[in-house]
Design a protein around this ligand. Structure first.
Ligand code: ADP
Length: 391
């Protein structure tokens, strides 16, 4: 399998795109203070939400996660200390950092009281804009780091589950040819020396067949586990060029099976060239293989939405029943026997893995005899932003 570190590297490339923008809550009963504070904090990469009272602040805190709360101490009705004290009573708010904004005085007992109420810091009025900005920035950055760690933990536990499933499937499917080899070899040894020459031959042939299958499976597992290794870097990939090269590779099959591959003006994408090539190779290869028409048609198109490229690879092949649409992306899942259509059931699992490493999704629209359309997304990036080289 790919190392956890490599997976995490690739995952973290897309992480920042998935994380929500931090929010800052400013609480003050005086509009002019709210306006002034918002102005000071406008350069921070965060959303600023305002509350004009402690009650309003608590209601916002119940519904949102904030990176930090700037809490005015002197407010009518519920003052800043009371608000903070109520925040302490609620598990979902208790850990939100609070910075008190106060003009009262700088005496120690105020500081102690504030610390008891979970305050992490103080700002004294009149506010020094530079100090306010730099203090809040620390908490916004801290929040972002916490979010990253939390998300990485989720990704890690997902990957661990996947690894367990992968180990189970591999051992399960590799056992079948290994068992065959053992059974036929046992039968062969039970034959007498004379019988071996005649009756033994089919056993030997079965042993060879099962051994070949075992080697194919092991090779497939190796190919699968190599995808996403640390050395595989991201760059701009020209999809049109990849398809031109694949057409050359498929030249013999294209002529024999009368294949028409249609595509035009596909966008350049940011990704790993070899993996993107493997992706198209598997999808086009399957479109040709699982096809009983006199002429095979494969159409590759792409459209864009605000965040991603949406690719589709459509064929006029035998189609797939909806109940298998998820299952076929799992390792070794095949819907036909090897005599009907050769293969090892690794191609689509590999496609799914490649798309996951690129931060996209893959799915399928198909029905029996109605052809298949494989859809996958790849995140769009502008200039050098968003992703960076994984190598
Ligand atoms: P393999 O091609 O080695 O069988 P894949 O993982 O690529 O393995 O595909 C898994 C299964 O999904 C195939 O065995 C086949 O039953 C089905 N399948 C994949 N692509 C297509 C397609 N374009 N049309 C019809 N069936 C398909």
């Amino acid at each position: 399998m790919t190392t956890a570190a490599a997976v995490m590297d690739n995952e973290s490339e897309h992480l920042d795109l998935q994380l929500a923008r931090p929010k800052i809550l400013i609480v003050d009963d005086r509009t002019e203070n709210l306006v002034a504070t918002r102005k000071v904090l406008r350069r921070l990469d965060a959303d600023i939400i305002e509350a004009a009272s402690g009650t309003e602040a608590l209601s916002l805190l119940l519904r949102n996660q904030f990176a930090v709360v700037l809490l005015d101490v002197q407010m009518p009705e519920m003052d800043g200390f009371e608000t903070a004290s109520l925040m302490q009573e609620d598990a979902s708010m208790r850990h939100t950092p609070v910075i008190f904004v106060t003009a009262i005085n700088k005496e120690e007992h105020y500081a102690n009281h504030a610390a008891e109420l979970g305050a992490v810091d103080y700002i004294f009025k009149p506010i020094n804009p530079l100090i306010l900005e730099s203090k809040v920035r620390v908490y916004v950055n801290l929040y972002r780091q916490q979010q990253r760690i939390q998300r990485l933990n989720e990704v890690l536990s997902q990957n661990n589950e996947e690894l367990e499933r992968f180990a189970y499937i591999c051992s399960h499917d590799l056992k079948e040819p290994a068992r065959n080899v053992l059974s036929f070899a046992t039968l062969y040894t039970e034959l007498g020396v004379k019988e071996r020459a005649q009756e033994g031959l089919p056993y030997v042939e079965s042993i060879i067949k099962s051994s070949r299958r075992m080697l194919d499976l092991i090779q497939g597992v190796l190919d699968y586990s190599r995808v996403g290794g640390k050395s595989e870097s991201f760059a701009e990939v020209d999809c049109n060029q990849i398809l031109e090269n694949l057409e050359m590779d498929f030249e013999h099959t294209i002529r024999e099976r009368k294949v028409h591959i249609e595509y035009s003006n596909l966008p350049p994408v940011r990704g790993n060239r070899i993996q993107i090539m493997q992706l198209f190779q598997n999808l086009i290869g399957n479109g040709i293989k699982f096809n009983n028409k006199d002429e095979v048609h494969i159409k590759i198109s792409c459209r864009e939405n605000s965040k991603e490229w949406e690719f589709s690879v459509m064929d006029n092949g035998i189609g797939i029943d909806t109940r298998y649409h998820t299952k076929i992306f799992d390792m070794f899942q095949r819907l036909h026997n090897r005599e009907q259509y050769p293969g090892s059931g690794i191609g689509l699992a590999l496609c799914k893995r490649i798309i996951k490493l690129h931060g996209g999704r893959i799915s399928l629209q198909s029905q029996p005899d109605g052809g298949s359309t494989f859809l996958f997304t790849l995140p769009k990036t502008t200039g050098n932003g968003g992703m960076h080289d994984g190598g």
